[in-house]
Design a protein around this ligand. Structure first.
Ligand code: HEC
Length: 99
């Protein structure tokens, strides 16, 4: 009798792959804190919030300020100046390195 193992293995691999794809679609959690909701509302329109976390190790407060300005001036993000300030403060506090 032939073993069913290869079929079972293929099904497990397929299920895992589907799970992984689904996982990517989950909203990226931000660190909790004041301004978190403003960031989630304004920085998720064109790309994943993962962009913030991926860049975290390099970014100082000044660089986050420049980054938010760039999203607005270069890429056309529509963010109110007051929200931009909230976002910059939040990012500097939670995802910035000193300096
Ligand atoms: C109008 C669309 C848009 C909005 C809204 C937007 N971004 Fe971006 N963002 C882009 C584009 C376009 C890129 C660069 C292209 C790419 O790599 O996909 C980018 C790239 C980035 C990067 C990677 C580094 C870089 O400069 O390429 C970071 C970090 C980032 N965005 C942060 C933010 C933050 C924080 C916000 C909220 C203030 C935000 N983005 C809102 C369009 C946007």
């Amino acid at each position: 009798m032939r073993s069913q193992l290869p079929v079972v293995t293929a099904l497990i691999v397929l299920a895992a792959a589907v799970g992984a794809v689904r996982g990517e679609e989950k909203p990226v959690p931000l660190k909790p804190g004041p301004g978190e909701d403003v960031v989630a509302a304004n920085c998720n329109a064109c790309h994943s919030l993962d962009y913030i976390r991926i860049n975290t190790p390099f970014m100082t407060g000044k660089m986050w300020e420049a980054e938010v300005s760039k999203m607005i001036s270069a890429f056309g993000a529509t963010i109110e100046p007051a929200d931009a300030k909230t976002i910059t403060d939040y990012l500097s506090r939670n995802y910035g390195k000193p300096g």
